[in-house]
Design a protein around this ligand. Sequence first.
Ligand SMILES: [Zn+2]
Ligand SMILES: [Zn+2]
Length: 255
Amino acid sequence: MRKIFCSIVFAFLLIGCSSNTTENDTIDDVTAGSVDVTSVVENNFKNSYTDGVSVEVNGDFISISSTGLPDHKTPYWGQGHEMYEDFPGTNHANANTSMTTFNYVMTIPTKPSEATNKEQTDLGPVGMALNGAPIYNDYEGGGVLQENAWGTFDSTGAHPGPNEDYHYHCEGTYLSVDDSNLIGFLRDGFPIYGRKDMDGSYPSDLDDNGGHISVTDNFSEAIYHYHISNNVYSTSGLYVIKSGSYHGTKGTFRD
Ligand SMILES: [Zn+2]
Ligand SMILES: [Zn+2]
């Protein structure tokens, strides 16, 4: 009798588990994979200075092309350029002095969805800011960002790499300044915002990859989105834009 009872309980637990799993999968599919990002991508990517951003929709994918050059002041335009400004502060390492034009194409899904296996972000572009310049994570060639790297950042938290490829690592004075601005999209197609949510609060339920699911200023339907980290990076006083893994499956980013 006792054995039969145990079997029944066990069977019940199995049913309970499997139906839970199914329910969660369904929620993920509906919540994260049903929101179409096309119009937000089309309406927000632009580069007011170099006019170097275009958006093309092909079926289930969107390709965003850019020159990678910023539309704001930076010392990396070079002295004498109309968009030149000095480095912020006085304690900077002038490691790279120029940046160059690329033919970047980032391809993302129109309806990004959660990946079963989350892939770690790598060195190189992990996303694109709305002006077409790449977003990098907390890594430089050789390892995590160190003091010698953050000394090369301009006022916007960006610098060119060894290939004169200008890119953002941190919050600065342009993409977002402690606010809820949409700053770009990562390669998995999910949007990334400043440190705050649209109600002005700092999100308290971010996952290990810096994101959560909710409505935003741009999406009236709840969507997974990242935030700039609200933790000061090391002793830099800077906020790293993105670290950890992609929530979805990363698309291509070519130059
Ligand atoms: Zn870098
Ligand atoms: Zn949020």
